[in-house]
Ligand binder design. Structure first.
Ligand code: ZN
Ligand code: ZN
Length: 319
């Protein structure tokens, strides 16, 4: 099978879903990004967009004759509703010949598994997770860990890559097909977010949603995103909503277009996708924000539900 590294947006809206004729072009589903890396399905956040992704994966699985289990890997940035609301409706959870690896940030408040189990449970949901037939494997990740996907091995290896002794547990580079790296973002209330960098076939994608900014740019995020082909960055607020009285949104944990462009420019990325669109922004407003972004960074786009990018075809390897 030829190698693949393909990214598809299944949900690009922030905070809550929207629907109606004014939201057709960009879509109304909350955060879900699908990345095919080799023959693996990596998913970032299970907002409402994951429902269609589950249907697509199940459809392809059965169309191909359902050989072997359906395996997918879900990484969560954090537990806010807009990033998990589709999880109970992810088709593979109900399919007995599936394994879903579910990762989330390690938190001082409660385990990620406990948080998700509490959410997918009566009285909020008719079926608790343990009554669903698919196999779920739980994991927690934190900076400075990286998740290594090794040739021919289903379960990834999680390693603290900055620890002088523990990093030796990382598999040999020639056996590694894909790496997911973690950066903890502290600027999202109240327990932060996880930012992920996905590396495959010499290309890199950074998923940085629900992040705000700092004076002179978020230097940790800029270093983390350095030379990535694609940076997916929060751009929920306009300059006006960010700063104007009576209710400025500074400190709410989301960025503006100029903040996102600043990170992308300093990180020397090739393309920036704006995500976590405000429910208050219809198609016309999002097109306007996209134009503003392009004045600052010509290769910027506002992400649209259903949009795909082929990392191997669209970007030459930099090595
Ligand atoms: Zn959010
Ligand atoms: Zn959030």
């Amino acid at each position: 099978m030829p190698d693949r590294f393909k990214l598809t947006f299944y949900g690009t809206r922030g905070t809550r879903t929207v629907a109606g004729p004014e939201f057709v072009e960009f879509g109304g589903h909350t955060t879900c990004i699908h990345i095919e890396a080799g023959d693996r399905h990596l998913v970032f956040d299970s907002g409402s967009g994951i429902v269609k992704l589950g249907q697509d994966l199940m459809g392809k699985h059965f169309a191909a004759g359902a050989q072997g289990p359906l395996v997918s890997y879900l990484f969560h940035t954090h537990c806010h509703y807009d990033h998990i609301v589709g999880f109970p409706y992810y088709g593979p959870l109900y399919y007995p010949d599936s394994t879903t690896y579910v990762y989330g940030p390690r938190s001082p408040m409660m385990s990620f598994e406990d948080a998700m189990r509490a959410f997918v449970h009566p009285p909020y949901h008719p079926l608790p997770l343990h009554e669903m037939e698919g196999v779920v494997q739980w994991g927690e990740v934190n900076e400075p860990e990286a998740i290594f996907f090794v040739k021919g091995q289903e379960e990834p290896v999680v390693v603290n890559v900055k620890h002088s002794r523990l990093r030796q547990q990382a598999p040999p580079p020639e056996e590694v097909e894909t790496v997911v790296r973690c950066l903890r973002g502290y600027n999202h209330p109240k327990s932060g977010v996880m930012v992920y960098r996905i590396e495959h076939a010499g290309r890199a994608v950074v998923v940085a949603t629900d992040v705000e900014g700092y004076v002179h740019g978020d230097q940790r995020l800029i270093q983390f995103s350095k030379n990535a082909e694609v940076l997916i960055h929060d751009a929920m607020f306009t300059r006006d909503t960010y700063t104007n009285m009576p209710v400025p949104t500074q400190g709410w944990g989301h960025a503006t277009v100029s903040c996102a462009m600043d990170v992308g420019r300093q990180a020397d990325v090739d393309r920036i996708y704006l995500v976590h669109h405000s429910p208050a922004h219809n198609d016309a407003k999002l097109r306007q924000l996209e134009e503003q972004a392009r004045e600052l960074f010509p290769r910027a786009m506002s992400a649209r539900d259903g949009h795909s990018v082929d990392l191997l075809e669209d970007f030459p390897a930099k090595t």
